[in-house]
Write a protein that binds this ligand. Structure first.
Ligand SMILES: *Cc1c(COP(=O)(O)O)cnc(C)c1O
Length: 355
């Protein structure tokens, strides 16, 4: 029996109407089907199934509701101009999901099973992949602890689910730089904690800062290290890069920073172009005092590249690239999105064809 046969498929009888491109937003509409697989101690991961997208019925005592034992991933499928369906470095997402699982005491998932589930689900709902520029199908795999026992201990039952959402172009005609608020009161993660896992609770914990920043006119929060509130870690759910006198600097993975796949891809691209890249500690003082940050940008699957035009920290405003879009930032954005959507040749072997 091939892997493909192992997924039972229940087809949706009521196909939804796919919303027009201009109404997509981010993660608001979902495709016709979802993938689900259960875990029990006796059977391991079993019952792989693709079914119509539908609500879950869970026991209110399920551990996920009480102890937040849950992790997630985020990746995208693109429709190339020649009709190919491309995933961007899905193996990296699966590897990272298993690192998150390990940290959260969730049983490991089999790479081939997950990859096969992704491919089959995408092929089944392929008409949901938007074709307009900048658009893609956002894929959200996640694991939740479902054992209905209140004991504060790892669950003995889980569900692994994949849902998919067509997402609109993040940017309109032009890429607009964002204004960020450097957070010096609240922290996202500390070394030894779960910051390097895509653990669900990490995100709920940031909503308060995010809300306060928004109220003051900033769209994202820049996180500093959890101990000294001194070293730059990330921006919102993005890794961050600074162009300092032609050297591109990004915080080293310290244990509290999420190892972004976009971050890794940008480092490889810059290195390929012969530009000096440094992964090291960067203090917020260095950024404010150096006077030579000519560009800064965030990286992450959802936005790909988000240029930073302005920062606010302890009463001081710092304008970067005069609040506009730097040339290197634009080049990184164009190249990476070009590789992802199949418009530019993929010299790195990053894309995986699904169809
Ligand atoms: C997901 C995420 C990123 C970006 O990772 P990508 O793999 O590039 O999408 C960065 N920081 C945090 C906190 C994240 O959750």
């Amino acid at each position: 029996m091939t892997e493909e046969n192992m997924i039972y498929i229940e087809h949706s009888k009521n196909k939804k109407k796919i919303p027009p491109n201009n109404q997509l937003g981010f993660g608001t509409h979902f495709t016709d089907h979802m993938f689900m697989m259960n875990y029990s101690v006796e059977e391991g991961w079993h019952q792989a199934k693709i079914m119509p997208y539908q609500p879950l019925t869970l026991d209110p005592a399920s551990k996920v509701f009480h102890y937040g034992q849950a992790i997630f991933e985020g990746l995208k499928a693109y429709r190339a101009p020649d009709g190919r369906i491309l995933l961007f470095r899905p193996q990296e997402n699966i590897d990272r999901m298993n690192r998150s699982n390990e940290r959260m005491s969730i049983p490991k998932l089999d790479t081939d099973v997950v990859l096969n589930a992704l491919k089959q689900l995408i092929k089944l709902d392929e008409n949901w992949i938007p074709t307009a520029p900048g658009m893609s199908l956002y894929i959200r795999p996640f694991v939740i602890a479902t054992q209905a026992v209140l004991g504060v201990a790892p669950s003995e039952e889980y569900k692994f689910i994949i849902i998919m959402s067509p997402v609109g172009a993040y940017y309109g005609d032009r890429i607009n730089p964002i204004k960020i608020f450097v957070e010096s009161q609240y922290v996202r993660a500390v070394e030894g904690g779960v910051g390097e896992a895509k653990a669900a609770g990490n995100y709920g914990a940031t909503f308060k800062s995010q809300k306060l920043a928004k109220e003051q006119g900033y769209s994202q929060v820049m996180w500093l290290d959890g101990i000294q509130h001194k070293y730059v870690e990330e921006v919102g759910s993005m890794n961050v890069f600074f162009n300092m006198n032609g050297t591109i600097v990004t915080p080293a993975l310290s244990g509290s920073i999420l190892a972004g796949i976009t971050r890794n891809s940008v480092i490889q691209l810059l290195t390929h172009w012969g530009l000096p890249v440094e992964e090291r500690k960067i203090s917020i003082n260095e950024i404010y005092e150096s006077g030579h940050v000519s560009e800064a940008f965030g990286t992450g699957t959802a936005v790909v590249i988000a240029p930073i035009g302005e920062m606010y920290w302890n009463g001081q405003t710092l304008l970067i690239a005069e609040g506009s879009l730097g040339a290197l930032t634009q080049k990184v954005y164009d190249t990476l999105t070009g590789i992802q959507n199949g418009a530019i040749e993929d010299l790195f072997g990053w894309t995986m064809q699904v169809n």
